[in-house]
Design a protein around this ligand. Structure first.
Ligand code: Z57
Length: 880
């Protein structure tokens, strides 16, 4: 008799069909058996959320089918794999993306329509998967989209947070409120739970003769999330880990009547994957955060190592040819120590062999030079939570310092030649005792004081370059510099835009660069043109396809250069403008529904959407709006007619503990309340703050934007990625020469952007010396600050220190140069108004932006990672 198994084809369950009536039947079946809707209510009588779940369950079948084919094929071929380690994946919604990438949009639209629903309404029933803060998390989401589209064997690895990015509400005073993001309340149809794939993760405990006995152990359970590519049968994987107790309950505790203790254990384990830390490029420092990081890194490395071992046994030298781990910022960098531990303690390799393999298998991306975002863990904290790892890091640090000694000695000698020291000669380096060992022996993790008096220049220099360094602000407190650990443990280190990759070589990693220049690379960020142009802007996408005569451009974005020759064509410009206007109207309707604010659709739509941060200078933007409001108020009716009407839109969340950022949110909202209700202003100026800015909002805002604000202080924004999304959608940029703005200017022509402000080379000197003497405040800046102070927008007391932060040198030092850049910012704004009056010129530029955006496809970025760092090649899955 025949055994029924998937491999003998005929008897396996039918493949999902792409015929609309079969799809409709499948949706009905899923509504009944997955959603559990009573047949009497199908198809009518169901709410949108239920129908969404039925449709999603049906789409999921297509995903799983292609997912299994892809993963089986890759498993059989055994190519080199890239593992993208990231604490954040900001995916947004999946339904429309899946349907579009699978090219089933028409099929599902029809099927759903016949049931009396429309796909657009169902789309809104989906919760946003917000397992990320901002740019870094969304970049990871774009990257896995491109990996699948390019058929690159690889997985994303991260954390399945139970609560994602907090929801933001704005109260009646304009103040930000944080609410929990209960994104799993209706279930998650896109994930595949894998109760059979679990790993044990240890914490605390002690080390005895290099053997670690954890004091606490939790379980990591896998959830796979299929990631469809576009115009390929490849479906990649995002594997997220959930933390669970090893045993459901401690039965002995339970039996002894300690019920609450048994439950407590469970909660402690689940806490690890409970909530995303809501900080974007600002301080962390919490032990639970380090626990999260080690939790997902250890599970991911154990998983990949097990997969390797199943194929290649103990042939560990082959590991770098079969696997590469890309560390997304410092959050996963404990991977350096964990891979060493797995190879040495679990697989019995010697130190040198393990270190050689580790250094060939890891790669590191830096995303910021802001000191508060460069993670440094106190040795005390790390040594307690991960004692064995602390020991390993300690040894890595010693070896690293030894390799530096020669260079440092030469430097000191050089110095002495120029500037002879007092009689005492530099003493030789002491042999260091491992800090973790000291900690274990109960000694404080500090060094003896004698060093202090001697001030040995060699020691001092080595301390500065060390992975383990003394906290400059807290004597005696030792810190592990995670970025340094990552640089030393990686084969490649990259920044995320040309200027940023250049800055890190000159500043934060200078000494590392000089010792190993070959490691340092640039990989300018990119964004997926599927979600960020083709799917979110169907009107423009259709015009592009019609104009280029092909629909392959989303996979070959340089084809957009073909639009350049139409930039001056008046007929084409008209069509281009009509689409923008349509998108503005759609956005206005959404804003009306969500905030109650009525927006005219003819004014210039000016948008700044990003995390609220002093360095991103939303404050400068709102100050310029305040000044514009003042001008309008003091103008005669005749003069008013000359103003170019503007709608200014802001969106973004402030980290819950970021004092100034929260004040900025409140100021923007307060200005909106006054300006939008002032009859003198009418439709000449509107100020809107969209609450709870997220991926979904971005998909509505970006296609409607005509001007976007990319106005960070030069040298602070590593890259920026919304700038690229806006550019693709034909939105002009007012901005500084910072991050990827510089490369956008190269592609579009600098004269087509509104560039202003100091550039990166001028900033250090300004901060160090020039600032102190400068008193040249622009009177328009002074006026705007005065209006913040004098209660024009209410909350008089509350806004005083916000005003001080950029104006009163005794109270704030205007670190981000709001005051000195303000006049040139206003000059650029005047230029914006002037060009907007010439709609043909504006539209010409808009077309050139889109035409020049090909370089910023994340497909290009990922191809460069694959070629220049990962050494991973496409393995396309044959279509079934
Ligand atoms: C984050 O979103 C970024 C950097 C960080 O170190 C952290 Br933590 C979070 C951002 C940068 O600020 C952006 O400039 C950059 O475009 C983005 O990462 C992606 O590289």
């Amino acid at each position: 008799r025949e055994v029924i198994s998937p491999s003998n084809g005929a008897s396996a369950s039918a493949k999902p069909s792409t015929d609309p009536s079969a799809v409709q039947a499948d949706v009905l079946q899923n509504l009944e058996y997955v959603v559990g809707a009573p047949s009497s209510k199908i198809p009518n009588g169901l709410d949108a959320s239920s129908v969404y779940r039925g449709v999603a369950a049906s789409v999921r079948e297509h995903l799983i089918d292609a997912f299994n084919r892809t993963q089986d094929y890759w498993s059989e071929k055994d190519p080199k794999f890239v593992y993208y380690l990231s604490a954040e994946f900001l995916m947004g919604r999946s339904l429309m993306n899946a349907v579009q990438n699978l090219e089933l949009t028409d099929t599902y639209s029809q099927a759903v329509k016949q049931l009396g629903y429309d796909l657009e309404t169902l789309r809104d029933a989906e919760q946003n998967a917000a397992l990320g803060n901002g740019g870094l998390g969304r970049l990871a989401a774009c990257f896995i989209d491109s990996m699948a589209t390019l058929n690159l064997p690889g997985w994303g690895y991260g954390i399945r947070y139970k609560y994602g990015m907090f929801k933001q509400a704005i109260d009646e005073k304009g103040y930000q409120q944080e609410l929990p993001d209960i994104w799993l309340s209706n279930g998650n149809p896109w994930e595949i739970p894998r109760p059979d794939i679990t790993f044990k993760i240890g914490f605390y405990g002690s080390v005895d003769n290099f053997k670690w006995s954890p004091g606490e152990t939790v379980l990591a359970k896998a959830y796979d999330n299929p990631i469809p590519g576009f115009k390929t049968p490849t479906v990649g994987n995002l594997r997220l880990w959930e933390a669970l107790p090893v045993a459901e309950f401690d039965l002995s505790a339970f039996n002894e009547g300690k019920y609450d203790k048994a439950v407590e254990e469970r909660r402690k384990a689940e806490d690890i994957s409970a909530v995303l830390y809501p900080n974007d490029a600002t301080e962390y420092g919490k032990e639970l955060r380090l626990k999260q990081q080690f939790f997902f890194v250890s599970a991911s490395l154990q998983d990949a190592v097990a997969r390797f071992k199943a194929k290649h046994g103990d042939n560990w030298q082959l590991l770098p040819e079969k696997a590469v781990f890309q560390m997304n910022d410092t959050h996963p960098t404990i991977a350096v120590a964990e891979l060493m531990r797995l190879l040495i303690d679990e697989q019995s390799l010697d130190w040198d062999t393990a270190w050689g393999i580790t250094q060939k298998t890891l790669a590191f991306t830096n995303h910021t030079v802001m000191p508060e975002a460069l993670e440094k863990w106190p040795v005390k904290v790390l040594g307690k939570l991960l004692p064995r790892h602390m020991e390993i890091i300690d040894k890595i640090d010693q070896i690293w310092k030894d390799s530096l000694k020669e260079k440092v000695l030469a430097q000191v000698e050089e110095m002495h030649k120029k500037n002879p020291p007092k009689p005492k000669a530099a003493k030789p380096l002491k042999k260091e005792v491992p800090l973790a060992a000291k900690a274990e022996a109960g000694e404080p993790a500090e060094d003896e004081d004698e060093e202090e008096e001697e001030e040995d220049p060699v020691e001092a220099a080595l301390n500065k370059y060390g992975i383990i360094t003394e906290n400059p602000w807290e004597k005696g407190v030792k810190l592990v510099n995670m970025a340094y650990l990552a640089v030393v443990g990686s084969k490649a280190v990259n920044g995320v835009a040309a200027i940023h990759s250049d800055i890190i070589k000159r500043t934060i990693f200078k000494d590392f660069y000089e010792l190993a220049p070959h490691k340092f690379q640039n990989k300018t960020n990119g964004v997926t043109p599927r979600r960020w142009l083709a799917w979110c802007n169907p009107g423009l996408a259709a015009l592009i396809t019609e104009t280029l005569g092909t629909d392959t451009w989303p996979n070959d974005l340089n084809l957009l250069t073909g639009l350049r020759k139409h930039a001056d064509d008046k007929e084409f410009q008209k069509k281009w403008r009509a689409i923008k206007h349509e998108n503005k109207a759609k956005l206005a309707a959404k804003i009306k529904a969500r905030t109650g604010v009525d927006l005219p659709t003819d004014p210039l739509y000016d948008i700044q959407i990003k995390r609220i941060h002093e360095y991103k200078r939303q404050y400068m933007n709102i100050l310029s709006i305040i000044y514009r409001y003042h001008q309008l108020k003091t103008a005669s009716p005749e003069e008013r007619k000359k103003f170019v009407p503007r709608v200014t839109i802001f969106g973004g969340k402030a980290a819950s503990a970021y004092y100034m950022a929260k004040k900025i949110v409140r100021l923007i909202n307060r200005v909106g309340m006054v300006v939008n209700n002032d009859p003198d202003v009418k439709d000449l100026l509107k100020v809107v703050f969209v609450p709870d800015y997220n991926v979904d909002w971005a998909e509505a805002l970006i296609p409607a934007a005509e001007l976007c604000q990319q106005i960070s202080t030069a040298g602070t924004e590593a890259s920026g990625t919304s700038n690229m999304k806006f550019q693709m959608n034909g939105c002009l940029i007012i901005g500084t020469m910072d991050g990827a703005n510089i490369e956008i200017a190269e592609e579009v022509g600098k004269e087509n952007l509104f560039i202003f402000g100091m550039d990166e080379s001028e900033v250090p000197a300004w901060r160090e010396s020039k600032r102190a003497e400068w008193k040249d405040y622009d009177p328009r800046f002074v006026k705007a600050i005065e209006m913040v102070r004098d209660g024009t927008f209410g909350d008089k007391e509350y806004f005083q220190d916000l005003a001080d932060s950029v104006y009163d040198m005794k109270k704030g030092n205007d670190w981000f140069l709001v005051a000195p850049d303000f006049a040139d910012y206003l000059r650029a704004q005047e230029e914006v108004d002037k060009v907007y009056l010439d709609q043909d010129e504006w539209t010409r530029r808009s077309i050139l932006y889109t035409a020049g955006s090909g370089f910023f496809s994340s497909d290009r970025t990922i191809k460069q990672y694959a070629d220049e760092i990962w050494d991973v090649v496409p393995v396309p899955v044959p279509s079934s």
